[in-house]
Design a protein around this ligand. Structure first.
Ligand code: NAD
Ligand code: AKB
Length: 316
């Protein structure tokens, strides 16, 4: 990677990925784009940036041409819970921006990373130790876009030779930018409540297990996968990756070690609960480990210590 474009740079992942890439490649080599939400001052001041609508292919193509981009990170999407409230929007953003990125990548010979998700699985998927290659019949529009996106990305690789690669991210936990309306958001919000000294109202019930990951590991996954030699890859779109699996009780108990008076109560959100119930409890990410060396650094204990340290600096 020499010159990189990040679409969706004001989002939960993009706001951290841009800074990590600029540290590695230099500010001028990493172009950040956003649409509605403004970029952080740190991103706006440390390299080139544009406001573009990725549903317009020409707007992407102009930036790719101007900056001689050889790798596009396409992070534009509508997350699971929000997309379920507006399925047409979920489909149009998820698929429209992907198709445009694929076409631009094909025209300008760029590689493309577009995240998939645990949302690409559904109620018929084996929920425990979910295999890399298995049944994918999701029940959400978000999941439908993710499965279609995986297939379309593999199609562009096989048919046109576009270097498409992707991971199925689990719920991502971070302290810079709040998540954008997903089912796993509770696992971020619980830390904010604990540090602010507030009671946490959990939208998912006890015993709801899902895969999770701390943002530094997610950023490493996005960078490492795009750097590995293509001849090592048997799979492309997309790799199971995970770092931990827990339910609300387990994360609450871990946080209580730092805040013994922290209180949590349950008020189940039916939509989020039904989505979470259709997703895996824990995935098998052996293929990612073997094919490109995936090896997350943060477990629940290490993540909790770091989240609390960082949120204290930010909130108190
Ligand atoms: P986010 O919602 O925080 O950010 C997405 C960004 O895309 C937003 O800033 C939004 O303004 C932008 N966007 C929307 N429509 C656009 C358009 N037409 N043109 C340009 N930009 C547009 O999302 P995120 O959490 O950073 O997720 C990024 C990707 O990772 C998505 O594909 C998401 O499905 C995937 N993912 C995220 C998680 C997670 O827990 N955050 C987990 C699994 C997969
Ligand atoms: C969501 O909950 O929608 C996302 C995801 C796991 O894809 N965080």
């Amino acid at each position: 990677m020499k010159n990189v474009l990040v679409i969706g740079a004001s989002g939960q992942i993009g706001s951290e990925l841009v800074l990590a890439l600029r540290n590695k490649l230099g500010g001028s080599h990493v172009v950040a784009t956003h649409l509605r939400t403004p970029l952080s001052a740190e991103i706006a001041e440390s390299g080139p940036s544009y406001k573009i609508d990725a549903s317009q292919a020409q707007e992407i193509a102009d930036v790719v041409k101007k900056h001689d981009i050889d790798l596009i990170y396409n992070l534009a999407a509508i997350l699971s819970a929000t997309a379920e409230a507006n399925p047409m929007l979920g489909w149009n953003v998820g698929m429209g921006t992907l198709l445009n990125c694929l076409e631009v990548a094909r025209e300008f010979n760029a590689a493309l990373f577009t995240p998939s998700s645990i949302g690409a699985f559904g109620p018929g998927t084996p929920p425990d130790n979910t295999p890399q290659d298995t049944i994918q019949r999701p029940k959400t529009i978000y999941g439908v876009t993710k499965v279609a996106g995986e297939l379309l990305s593999d199609y562009y690789f096989k048919r046109f030779g576009v270097d498409t690669r992707s991971v199925r991210y689990p719920g991502l936990i971070s302290n810079k930018t709040l998540p954008g309306g997903g089912t796993t958001d509770y696992a971020v919000e619980i830390y904010y409540a604990a540090v602010k000294g507030e009671k946490f109202v959990c939208p998912l019930k006890k015993g709801t297990f899902m895969d999770m990951m701390y943002m530094p590991d997610a950023i490493n996954a996005a960078i490492d996968l795009m750097e590995v030699s293509p001849d090592r890859l048997i799979h492309r779109n997309s790799f199971n990756v995970t770092a931990m699996s827990f339910d609300p009780e387990i994360i609450y108990t871990e946080i209580k070690k730092h805040y013994p008076n922290f209180m949590m109560e349950y008020e189940v959100h039916p939509l989020k609960q039904s989505i979470a119930d259709s997703w895996p409890n824990s995935m098998d990410d052996t293929c990612a480990r073997k094919e490109w060396g995936w090896n997350p650094k943060f477990d629940l204990k290490a993540m909790t210590e770091d989240m609390i340290k960082e949120l204290k600096k930010k909130l108190l």
